[in-house]
Design a protein around this ligand. Structure first.
Ligand code: GDP
Ligand code: MG
Length: 196
């Protein structure tokens, strides 16, 4: 259940790097404690990325260029959701900013799952006309004995709102790159369908 890419299309060639697309701004949303920062730090740890405290956003901003299906894409990942009360960056502006959104809940915490559904409704309201990619993420899937939200509940909740869905474990580094690759594929699909 990892990446769906065929083996040859996912190969990256170091010799003649094509121009990268982006940067795409991807925003992490979800309750405090669900693992947003843990996911962001895996993203940031891929190479010498510039992870930095960003005063404008009042949180962490990471930029990374990664190769997916032979094409490079630059992603700016915002992990700013939890620190917003302190900054001038309001929740509303955060919801307007992204090219794509990752809504995270913890499979061990049903209230975070309900909060995720609420966030999806807010996002859909703000991005009604466009097809802004949203992916619902059930994190902490390593904690099987503390599970409060089943896979099928997560999957059907995502289907209701026309989102992609994936379960991850930041702790085990399971499905974390398929998550980011999936977001990039969705952003490209949207780009390719809006370019005429
Ligand atoms: P945030 O508030 O959403 O940014 O959540 P954090 O990334 O700070 O994570 C909150 C806590 O959950 C930390 O103690 C993490 O170590 C832990 N955590 C994050 N992801 C996972 C995971 O996939 N599995 C487990 N077991 N713990 C996790
Ligand atoms: Mg955090």
């Amino acid at each position: 259940s990892c990446s769906s890419a065929s083996s040859d299309s996912a190969v990256s060639t170091e010799s003649a790097p094509p121009a990268s697309v982006g940067p795409f701004t991807v925003v992490l949303l979800g309750d405090s404690g669900v693992g947003k920062s843990a996911l962001a730090s895996i993203f940031a740890g891929a190479s010498d990325s510039m992870g930095s405290e960003c005063e404008l956003y009042g949180g962490e901003v990471f930029e990374q260029t990664i190769t997916v299906d032979g094409e490079r894409a630059t992603v700016t990942l915002l992990d700013t959701w939890d620190s917003q009360d302190e900054g001038s960056w309001t929740h509303e502006r955060c919801l307007q900013t992204g090219d794509a959104f990752i809504i995270v809940y913890a499979i061990t915490d049903r209230s975070s799952f309900l909060r995720a559904a609420d966030l999806r409704m807010q996002l859909r309201r703000q991005h009604e006309a466009d097809r802004t990619p949203i992916i619902l993420v059930g994190n902490k899937c390593d904690l099987v004995r503390c599970r409060e939200v089943s896979i099928s509940e997560g999957r059907s909740s995502a289907a209701v709102f026309d989102c992609k869905f994936i379960e991850t474990s930041a702790a085990m580094q399971h499905n974390v790159w398929p998550l980011f690759e999936g977001i990039i594929r969705q952003l490209r699909l949207r780009r390719d369908s809006t370019d005429s």
